[in-house]
Design a protein around this ligand. Sequence first.
Ligand SMILES: Cc1ncc(C[n+]2csc(CCOP(=O)(O)OP(=O)(O)O)c2C)c(N)n1
Length: 530
Amino acid sequence: MTTVRDATYELLRRHGLTTIFGNPGSNELPFLAAMPEDFRYILGLHEGVVAGLADGFAQATRQPALVNLHAASGSGNAMGALTNAWYSHTPLVITAGQQVRDTIGQEVMLSNVEAASLPRPLVKWSAEPASPGDVVRTIGQAIHTAALDPAGPVYVSIPYDDWTQETGAAEAHLADRTVEQAGELSEGQLADLVAALNSSRRPVLVLGPDVDSARGNADAVELAERLGAPVWVAPSASRCPFPTTHNAFRGVLPASVAGITRLLEGHDLILVVGAPVFRYHQYEPGNYLPDGTSLLHISCDPGEAARAPMGRAFVASIGPALRRLAAAVAPRGIQLAPRAKPAAAPAARAGEPLAPEAVFDLVNELAPEDAVYVNETTSTVNAFWDRMDMRHPGSYYFPASGGLGFGMPAAVGVQLADPTRRVVAFIGDGSANYGITALWTAAQYGIPAVFVILNNGTYGALRGFAAKLNALDAPGLDVPGIDFVSIAAGYGVDAGRAETQDELRALFTKALGSDSPTLIEVPITTVSPF
Ligand SMILES: Cc1ncc(C[n+]2csc(CCOP(=O)(O)OP(=O)(O)O)c2C)c(N)n1
């Protein structure tokens, strides 16, 4: 007889879902007991961290990742992290253990009441199978749903007495089936886009995270070069879709209506690919577009396309759309001058900590040219993008919803996914605390990410917002007195504090030579996020 459990493991295996990111409870043990040897379990010590580990892993592998959480309490702990997975279109297949079917109605301990409703609206789809005979099919549906455009998290709650039941007739076909994405631009739509681009006077490209996840980076370069168009990264950037070392690269657009309109003034056509239009943050109202400018938008997400306040949108797979566009537009033979180099980093004055710019410059000099950066330093994002060289696809990850607690675990997940590239995570001292237990996972599994904690003793971004929102006297904005070197040591991670450039150089160089994780705490000055 084939049990639901055995059929589920076979289904997961067929989809390459052999890494389980989890934090277990009693409801999950019957599934996890005697886990097949070709599976591995990566333990996170808090479910927000488990989701972050899987998010980084899924984004870096560009495949769904499997998460196993404990009933309602564990799922609840993960929900903040799901805001990031939702907006980064990360395919997470989340399974949660449920109490014995016949006892859920009594609300016995650890029953997940209304389990399918719990994670909404932060999942694309969620379910609790109606019977043990439908568990394997439901998990299959979850995997396909997570992976199809727009990819995203899904959730399945499984009563634990289902695992030992015999499977039904449908299972015979489940492991073999595939669900494939189609949905390209029609010839007519492509012709419209090409005609609009070819006839534009001064086009500009705005690229988003889905270009990087679709690996459309090289086609984006081709398109920009043929058009002779400058390239901006869409606001609130969570990925790096275009090499920052390219002449056409201009930076990240500011996250405000007025700020974008100001910067894109003079362009008659804006082509946005693989991003929402737009993911604004600070409220600076104004015209949504400069006068006389039109906007074309290619998105893989119908919701994203529908909710935009302006533009003509096309819902299509990003990779093929970019490839076909890049091949079809007429080359103009324009060579753009590169953007101006950033000003030199402010020199540290006696008794003062390093400026964040100085830290970025030094890491940029020392890190391998294909380093992968995970960033969760909210006040220094502009300085980061001004100074860091990112040449290759898959070089940058930032929390897509702005939900903190992503950076530390995502760095571990990305490094686990790709041991050939070194992950360097810049994490603010405030942000670090939301995902700090990821250090333990990095240490225990020997995952050699380098964590650079930029410690300004405050929630720097909120200081900037407090000034903008006229809320300077708001309480709770400072976080003094945290010793990250001691915390890291407590979790088994090598750590040191760098107060000067020489100390940072020495610690960072040593970290790059290590095959285990390192944390470097760097006291820094506070800068404005705007
Ligand atoms: C889960 C979550 N809680 C709270 C916030 C609000 N928040 C935004 S930025 C920020 C400060 C982060 O401080 P830090 O990591 O030290 O970086 P800095 O801004 O100083 O560069 C906070 C608390 C958030 N974005 N996400």
